[in-house]
Design a protein around this ligand. Structure first.
Ligand code: HEM
Length: 125
């Protein structure tokens, strides 16, 4: 199995992740707006740019990733089980397809960002 090497690899992982998130009854309600407003492909590209910045120092993503989650949390509360689920799907989307240093880096960063996000939300609930 190869490591994550390109933006295309990241786009593939994010597409796999969203297939899992959107068919998971525990988390799919969070994505209703993205689906209803027909933003899925645009959203996948934004999330791909975010990871392309983390893994390959690309500079296309210039937004604040924390902000939309904190806003959404006011309408649809994020709980620990949701983060566990998101991380499970993120991890399997990588492990089923890639192996190596960047793959490990992505999983480590996802866990630390999810942890920070959860802590920030617990002070906004
Ligand atoms: C319970 C876990 C999570 C759920 C349910 C969730 C859900 C969502 C939703 C619904 C959006 C779209 C918000 C909007 O466009 O208004 C979004 C955006 C995004 N999410 Fe998450 N998310 C979760 C965790 C994470 C984590 C752990 C990361 C990073 C490691 C992440 C990275 C992003 C990024 C980069 C965006 C795009 C933000 C932007 O528009 O600039 N998410 N997420």
């Amino acid at each position: 199995m190869q490591d994550i090497k390109t933006r295309e690899d990241i786009h593939f992982i994010i597409t796999e992740l969203y297939k899992k998130l959107l068919s998971d009854d525990i988390v799919k309600h969070f994505f209703e707006d993205v689906i209803n407003e027909n933003h899925l492909e645009e959203h996948l590209n934004i999330v791909t740019d975010f990871w392309n910045g983390i893994l390959f120092s690309a500079t296309d993503y210039q937004r604040n990733a924390m902000q939309p989650h904190l806003i959404l949390h006011e309408r649809k509360p994020f709980k620990h089980e949701h983060f566990k689920r998101w991380l499970l799907h993120f991890t399997s989307s990588i492990d089923d397809n890639f192996k190596g240093e960047k793959s490990e880096m992505a999983k480590t960063r996802a866990l630390s960002i999810a942890t920070v996000m959860e802590i920030k939300m617990s002070s906004h609930s």
